[in-house]
Design a protein around this ligand. Structure first.
Ligand code: ADE
Length: 228
């Protein structure tokens, strides 16, 4: 099967490329797409750059130009749930956009007319991930991931996101990628390892833990590819 693997930052896909060793590259629409074969699958890999716009562009290209039939996202997130510590893994059960606000027209937070507040990820991939977590002996948390075009470094903002969306973690690309996949009818899986707690220390923690947490997520994603 042709599988897309996406990250937002170079650090998020570097461990995957390093594990593959052999790949070819293609430049398209302001980005680099890496082609490789792994575990009997054809892979198309890219990092989009940060945020909802760039990640939507990359996801669309992976599905439309390269014909990916499933999409796996690997990266890091700010933890909201007290259960999540730096380095812990969370897979999204559902995703929402915490920075969409047309409440002035009576709509709920995060809602866009003719769309949904929450987008659910693929159930089969989540079950597979749960099995893999048991086999690998790692804890895999499942919960709601909130996306926005903001690096959240404030307990106040984090608590608002938790209260409003019941979110467990936050980041800047998951929901835009989910939205693309949902609209094209392609199953997707969003995995994040915690790099910070989205509080006043988030900037420093992110810089400290980006690489190690990205590595935790990438390792799990490679196991997923082997078992799809
Ligand atoms: N990704 C990792 N940490 C984050 C944070 N605190 N805010 C937004 N995206 C993140």
């Amino acid at each position: 099967m042709k599988i897309a693997i996406m990250g937002a930052m170079r650090e998020e896909i570097e461990p995957i490329l390093a594990a593959l060793g052999n790949y070819t590259i293609e430049k398209y629409a302001g980005n680099i797409y890496y082609h490789a074969e792994y575990a009997g699958h054809e892979l198309i890999i890219a990092y989009s750059k940060i945020g909802k716009v760039f990640s939507a562009i990359t996801a669309t290209i992976m599905l439309e130009r390269y014909g990916a039939k499933a999409l796996l996202f690997s990266g890091v997130a700010g933890g909201i749930s007290k259960d999540l510590k730096i380095g812990d893994l969370i897979m999204a059960s559902a995703l929402c956009q915490h920075d969409v606000d047309i409440t002035a027209f009576g709509h709920p937070e995060g809602f866009i007319p003719e769309s949904f507040v929450m987008i659910e990820s693929d159930e089969d991939m989540r079950s597979l991930a749960s099995e893999i977590a048991v086999d690998m002996g790692v804890d895999l948390y499942e919960g709601i991931i909130a996306t926005g075009d903001q690096f959240v470094a404030s307990s106040e903002r984090k608590e608002w996101i938790e209260k409003t969306f019941n979110a467990d973690a936050l980041e800047m690309e998951g929901t835009s990628v989910a939205c693309v996949c949902q609209n094209f009818g392609v199953p997707f899986f969003i995995l994040r390892a915690i790099s910070d707690a989205a509080d006043g220390d988030a900037g420093m923690d992110f810089d400290t833990f980006l690489k190690s947490s990205a590595q935790v997520s990438a390792k799990f994603i490679l196991e997923m590819v082997k078992r799809i």
